[in-house]
Write a protein that binds this ligand. Structure first.
Ligand SMILES: Cc1cc2nc3c(=O)[nH]c(=O)nc-3n(C[C@H](O)[C@H](O)[C@H](O)COP(=O)(O)OP(=O)(O)OC[C@H]3O[C@@H](n4cnc5c(N)ncnc54)[C@H](O)[C@@H]3O)c2cc1C
Length: 491
């Protein structure tokens, strides 16, 4: 049977789902995407509130080449679909004692700024970033680009070389310890520890292999899509449609149909839709629990620790703040305590680290004149039925107190509009188990190996992509998961 007569059902139009739909469509398969929401993008969506526009979820764009690659595979010019700019500053950092560091993306400039503001040795910062690059170059091929669960992977010489290097990279101690040993400066250690939150982990226990993340931001670069993060979703959708992918919105899949341990298709609105392959882009826990009715597998997944979730206030602010840029972090005074409360007590610290993202700094259309669109986020535990309504009120008061103090302002009267996203809503809007942002946590040394594979071991024709399976959460990894699934399909 030729590829062109083979049908693929993709469940979920998150970035991972759209990426695999594009890839298989380029290979000639007939692809249909079923999405329960009325829009594509999943976590990568947007919110409109009054005259303000907000990116709802992801705000930091790294490794844009993984998006461009999808257009190039289809022989299209990515710039005709969407465009982005490289940022000179990745983030502005504000500390409780008034210290303010600009995170220039140029490593030399960042090292000098760090030395001027904190007294750290500039050469230690540069050396640490070089080490980050070295770990990335030594391990990315194995951990990010290949299936860790397929025997074929381990037959490659390149993979073998990656494995042999692991014991010499110093990546099995904690991130915090590696940062402390390299920098010996509390402020800089806190700044580098923050990268653990990029996949919802705790720097005090997560393995130092996560120290590859600063390399992505500083050496490879941080980017901003000119029309906001949501334009990534729209561009992928447009590309997929141009290739003939059929999108079915408002189409919740209720079941994956099986026959003698092989997929047969999906059930949508009580209708059976037959296909040769099924690729699930939704959270692996719900794939097993709801679509495969496999209670045993879902219980095993539920035993794994979840990554953190987020509490986000989307504020339309009636003023402009020149000291702020696109990405801004206001650190807590005691980072270790903050993570203890977050991870052990599953609660919100009274002085949380606050992230403020303002896309109107780059795209003036996102807010009216003399106003700004503030996406104000703190890390919170995944949903364990905490009293969120009470926690939200308390967290809002702590955030406003902190920002008022750091920016010498009175924020509350400036807030013209407000929307709120919490772990409960993240679960109901995107199907992410317990509202976690990045699937299972990466706190354990062998976490990468415990993430669910991209294929089913016992059901033929069933594959998985997206942030809850290998290689992990975040846009670049969700796109990489699609690339790994693609490798299983012939042309
Ligand atoms: C607040 C927040 C901030 C983040 N910040 C960043 C960041 O700065 N940078 C970064 O790279 N990443 C960030 N992330 C993570 C990133 O958004 C995700 O890892 C990535 O978007 C996940 O994509 P995915 O392919 O797994 O699909 P998802 O976005 O999880 O989409 C899954 C889709 O499946 C659909 N679905 C669920 N059930 C069904 C069903 N039964 N039938 C049909 N469809 C169904 C859902 O509606 C959804 O559209 C953030 C996430 C959040 C929520």
């Amino acid at each position: 049977m030729s590829v062109s007569s083979k049908k693929v059902s993709v469940i979920g139009a998150g970035v991972g789902g759209m990426a695999i739909a594009i890839r298989l469509s380029v290979k000639g398969y007939k692809v249909s995407v079923f999405e329960s929401n009325s829009h594509v993008g999943g976590k990568l969506s947007q919110i409109e509130s009054g005259d303000f526009r907000f990116d709802a979820g992801p705000s930091l764009f790294t490794m844009p080449e993984l998006v461009d690659e999808l257009f190039q595979l289809a022989n299209k010019d990515p710039r005709e679909f969407f465009n982005y700019q490289k940022l000179d500053e990745s983030c502005r950092y504000f500390y409780e004692d008034g210290t303010h560091i600009i995170g220039y993306t140029d490593p030399q400039k960042f090292a000098e700024e760090s030395a001027n503001k904190t007294g750290v040795d500039a050469s230690a910062v540069l050396k640490h970033l070089k080490k980050s690059q070295f770990i990335y170059d030594s391990t990315a091929f194995l951990f990010l680009q290949k299936s860790l669960h397929s025997i074929k992977t381990y037959l490659s010489l390149k993979v073998l070389k990656s494995f042999l290097k692991l014991p010499f990279l110093g990546v099995f101690g904690s991130m915090h310890l590696a940062n402390h040993n390299a920098l010996s400066n509390d402020k800089m250690v806190q700044l580098f520890d923050r990268y653990a939150t990029y996949n919802g982990s705790n720097p005090y226990i997560a393995p130092a292999i996560l120290n590859i993340i600063p390399h992505l931001e500083f050496n490879k670069g941080a980017f901003f899509p000119n029309k906001g993060m949501y334009s990534i979703s729209l561009a992928l959708h447009d590309l997929a449609v141009s290739l003939g992918v059929q999108f079915n919105l408002n189409s919740k899949v209720d079941e994956i149909l099986l026959e003698r341990k092989k997929v047969k298709g999906v059930v949508v609105n009580k209708e059976a839709i037959l296909s040769d392959y099924v690729i699930s882009n939704l959270d692996i826990f719900f794939t097993y629990k709801n679509l495969l009715k496999n209670q045993f597998a879902s219980k095993m997944i539920a035993k794994q620790e979840r990554s953190t979730s987020a509490l986000i206030f989307y504020w339309g602010v009636n003023n402009t703040f020149p000291t702020l840029d696109l990405h801004n972090i206001f650190f807590s005074a005691d980072y270790k305590k903050e993570f203890e409360v977050l991870n052990a007590a599953k609660a919100i610290y009274h002085d949380p680290t606050v992230y403020v993202n303002i896309t109107s700094k780059k795209n003036s259309l996102d807010a009216p004149e003399n106003c700004e669109n503030w996406f104000v986020m703190i890390n919170v535990p995944s949903n364990e039925n905490q009293n969120w309504d009470e926690l939200i009120i308390k967290a809002k008061a702590s955030i406003i107190k902190k920002l008022n103090c750091q920016l010498t302002t009175d924020l509350e009267p400036l807030i013209l509009s407000e929307e709120i996203l919490d772990p409960r809503k993240i679960e109901s809007k995107t199907g992410s188990y317990k509202g976690s942002l990045y699937g299972t946590a990466s706190n354990k040394k062998m976490a990468a190996f415990f993430r669910h594979p991209n294929f089913s071991n016992d059901i033929r024709g069933l594959y998985f992509c997206g942030g809850s399976v290998h290689p992990g959460g975040g846009i670049p990894l969700a796109l990489s998961s699609a690339k790994i699934v693609d490798d299983f399909f012939s042309t």
